[in-house]
Ligand binder design. Structure first.
Ligand SMILES: *Cc1c(COP(=O)(O)O)cnc(C)c1O
Length: 540
């Protein structure tokens, strides 16, 4: 890109999705982080990742015979992790917590260092037990290990770093350690703070205010998260009271990004009253193609070959066989198949397609329309669990047409984004920050049918490479928004998607090609890494 050596970057994240059964991830944040590290390796960027070694990962969420999600937490062993020989310690609740540092580079990824509190002699060995398992003290403890422990690990490993990239606010306490180091060398607080800010960049994700974590100041002080250098007043000045981790990170970074262009607008509006914060630019997420895309499809699209249809049928058959193995349900090969996999939270509207039964009842009963769902609820979210249970109940109402795959993970994800015909996405705009599963689908020739939210406004050419639901309508009144979107949804599904699939296969195949051709460069991780370097990492 240019002759000066590229800055060395340490990337901090709570989760990394590198491989399906390496259970260091929960969802989209981890998928982004995993794809980022693989892209860094492929394209030789000087990047290392810092994370936590989860003993139980997120949740293994199965469906009980009465149709309700049940969480289990098996313990996994990962013999391929390399012992770096480094242990650092972090003082949490006035107790010393030892953190062993593992190295993972098995998945053609840039080096990933994982901190682990499950070591002998630790009273607090469960801090790295469950990913997102707790909200209060234990969450703060996890974030102290990631942030403070992470910086200490980099020092002990003697890895020189120019830029510290916090992927989401969880990593904020790394900044507190950077401040502490500088004060130890004699810099006054304000100068140490300013110089640390100069080394930090931040990616914000959650466009829902309540989704941005906050903690009482007294609790942070009790935990020792102030790291011995922040007074209560200084903490308040940084993140408010209660202390908001996103606000803190926006004030302790030199520049920040949102994960799509629309999300950048939303985030700037959302945080407009936060004074003295970093500017938020848009750098749209992207995906690691070798992980998610059948490259034969890209080739067929480039060659303008109708082979793309045959290859897709192979991928669809693989998915249907997989569904049969997992559920005993045989879906039809020649009937339209929708895929929908999302975290079970209200704004994603999982059961949206069922909101007017009179419109779709016959289609599902006759098997002309089929849909596969997947997705977990957070283990402590009863509302999310009701969403899952509701979908499971619908599989009983429409047997043979509606399927739910339990325990959503990378294996299920990669099957669905290759083998579905249409990728359905119907969040309440503008709450879906990016939605990278849609990129995976698009490149596989799986046509997006989506609300204009997240990344989709940047790619959508209606009727050419997929479909938009509605015209980007927003309304704070959820009832009105839902009613509007439902009308728009059934209109495009019934008048465009179904007729094209059943009556104009030629155009469908053309759309598949366009879907692949218009996305495979723009939403590949290389573009994202280059933008990170040009717009965040390299100082201007
Ligand atoms: C791609 C992927 C995600 C993130 O996709 P979204 O569109 O943001 O939901 C989450 N989980 C898995 C398993 C994935 O493969």
């Amino acid at each position: 890109m240019q002759s000066k050596p590229l800055p060395h970057v340490a990337y901090f994240c709570m989760e990394y999705a590198l491989q399906s059964d390496f259970k260091m991830y929960a969802g989209g944040l981890g998928i982004l982080a995993g794809d980022y590290l693989k892209g860094a390796k492929d394209h030789k960027f000087p990047i290392v990742g810092i994370g936590l070694k989860w003993k139980q990962g997120y949740t293994d969420q199965r469906i009980s015979p009465d149709g309700k999600p049940v969480d289990t937490y098996p313990i996994y062993e990962y013999p391929f992790l390399q012992d770096t020989g480094v242990t650092v310690s972090v003082t949490i609740r006035k107790r010393e917590v030892k953190c062993k540092v593992w190295l993972c580079d098995k998945f053609r990824n840039a080096p990933l260092y994982l901190l682990d509190t499950d070591v002998q002699g630790n009273e607090d060995n469960w801090i790295t037990g469950q990913l997102y398992g707790w909200f209060g003290e234990e969450r703060i403890a996890q974030e102290m290990v990631l942030g403070i422990g992470g910086v200490k690990a980099l020092r002990a490993l003697k890895i020189p770093i120019d830029v510290y990239h916090f992927n989401e606010g969880h990593a904020l306490f790394a900044g507190f350690e950077l401040v502490r180091e500088k004060m130890e060398k004699g810099k006054p607080f304000e100068k140490a703070l300013a110089d640390s800010r100069d080394e930090i960049v931040f990616t914000t994700h959650t466009p829902v205010v309540q989704g941005n974590e906050s903690h009482y100041l007294d609790r942070l002080l009790y935990m020792g998260a102030d790291n011995g250098v922040f007074t209560k007043q200084q903490l308040k000045k940084l993140g408010g009271a209660p202390f908001n981790m996103t606000v803190g990170a926006l004030r302790l970074s030199r520049k920040a990004n949102a994960v799509a262009q629309l999300h950048a607008e939303t985030a700037n509006k959302m945080w407009k009253d936060v004074k003295d914060r970093a500017e938020i630019i848009g750098i749209t997420n992207a995906i690691h193609i070798p992980t998610w895309v059948d490259r034969r499809i890209i080739k067929a699209a480039k060659d303008n070959s109708s082979n793309i249809w045959r290859l897709h049928q192979q991928n669809k058959k693989k998915l249907l066989d997989f569904v049969y193995q997992r559920t005993g349900v045989r879906l039809k090969r020649d009937a339209l198949l929708l895929g929908f996999s999302r975290r079970a939270v209200p704004y994603k509207r999982s059961d949206f397609i069922f909101s007017d039964r009179s419109k779709i009842d016959k289609l599902f009963k006759s098997g002309k329309l089929q849909i596969i769902f997947s997705g977990k609820a957070h283990p402590l979210d009863d509302g999310g669990k009701r969403i899952v249970a509701n979908i499971v109940a619908l599989t009983k109402k429409y047997p043979g047409s509606v399927v739910f795959l339990e325990n959503y993970d990378m294996t299920i994800g990669s099957m669905l984004v290759r083998g579905s015909d249409v990728w359905l996405n119907n969040p309440r705009r503008p709450q879906e920050a990016s939605g990278t599963s849609g990129m995976k689908a698009a490149m596989n020739g799986v046509l997006n049918l989506s609300i204009l939210d997240g990344w989709w406004p940047e790619a959508c050419q209606h009727g050419v490479n997929g479909w938009q639901i509605g015209g980007g309508y927003e309304n704070k009144n959820e009832k009105k928004l839902d009613a509007h979107d439902q009308k728009a949804f059934y209109k495009v599904l019934l008048n465009e998607v179904l007729p094209t699939y059943y009556e104009d296969k030629e155009h469908w195949v053309e759309m598949m090609k366009q879907s692949t051709l218009t996305t495979h460069k723009e939403f590949a991780v290389k573009r994202m890494l280059e933008e990170y370097y040009q717009q965040l990492y390299i100082k201007r």
